[in-house]
Design a protein around this ligand. Structure first.
Ligand SMILES: Nc1nc2c(c(=O)[nH]1)N[C@H]1C(S)=C(S)[C@@H](COP(=O)(O)O)O[C@H]1N2
Ligand SMILES: [Mo]
Length: 208
């Protein structure tokens, strides 16, 4: 994990972790970080607003495709949430701004078969999440973090934030949603990670 020395002394960190674990806010097996580590598979993609699009397809009556200009005009919300990576760091109190998942949901009429979502990102990265876990007020497509535009390595121009699941579900450089009838494993899920990924149940690997 990132080195927070100078911001967080060893004892301060341990004390806060103990309290937050007891309070049920820090998931078991996690350490607190004040910094914000960068973690992803592959390279940081380049954003080209003229070629970027966002698709919503699969089990919907009518698929839609939005250009960056169109997506970025959707109403925005602000949320405040904690972030838990399966590699055992958690970052508390993140301020996010962006387009609510529920706002994007308004763009399509779902077929009754739509029960799961495959989130698609640049370079073929995917993650699967049950629809019910995205259709929540704290789930958004973020464009800003702590008052600043997302940096390239944190997902610029757009990333999903799903605070109640391990952060591999919080897909960076997101490009679209595919509604599915069945739960189809995404990138990390095909590589041994848990299909659901509840940090409070330590659902790290498919054997957990
Ligand atoms: N497109 C994409 N999104 C991704 C990943 C990735 O490899 N590719 N890694 C995930 C993992 S494992 C984590 S912990 C978070 C890390 O986000 P951060 O780099 O902004 O801290 O991004 C998630 N989103
Ligand atoms: Mo992660």
């Amino acid at each position: 994990m990132d080195d927070d020395s100078g911001i967080f002394s060893g004892n301060e960190r341990k004390e806060k972790e103990k309290q937050m674990l007891q309070a049920g806010r820090l998931p078991p097996g996690q350490s607190l970080t004040l910094k914000w580590p960068v973690l992803h598979y592959g390279s940081v993609p380049r954003f080209d607003p003229t070629r970027w699009d966002f698709h919503v397809r699969g089990q919907v009556e009518q698929p839609v495709r939005l250009k960056w200009e169109e997506f970025n005009k959707l109403p925005k919300i602000k949320t405040h949430s904690d972030f838990h990576c399966v590699t055992r760091w958690s970052r508390f109190d993140n301020d996010w701004q962006g387009v609510a998942f529920q706002e994007v949901l308004k763009l399509v009429k779902l077929k009754p078969e739509a029960k799961y979502v495959v989130v698609h990102a640049e370079q073929g990265f995917t993650a699967n999440v049950p629809l019910i876990d995205l259709d929540r007020e704290d789930v958004l497509f973020a464009t800003q973090h702590d008052g600043q535009p997302l940096t390239a390595e944190h997902g610029y121009p757009l990333r999903l934030i799903v605070p109640h699941l391990y952060a591999w579900k919080s897909v960076k450089w997101v490009r679209g949603l595919e509604f599915t009838e069945h739960d189809i494993p995404g990138f990390w899920e095909q590589n041994g990670y848990h299909m659901y990924g509840d940090p409070f149940l330590e659902q790290r690997f498919d054997t957990d």
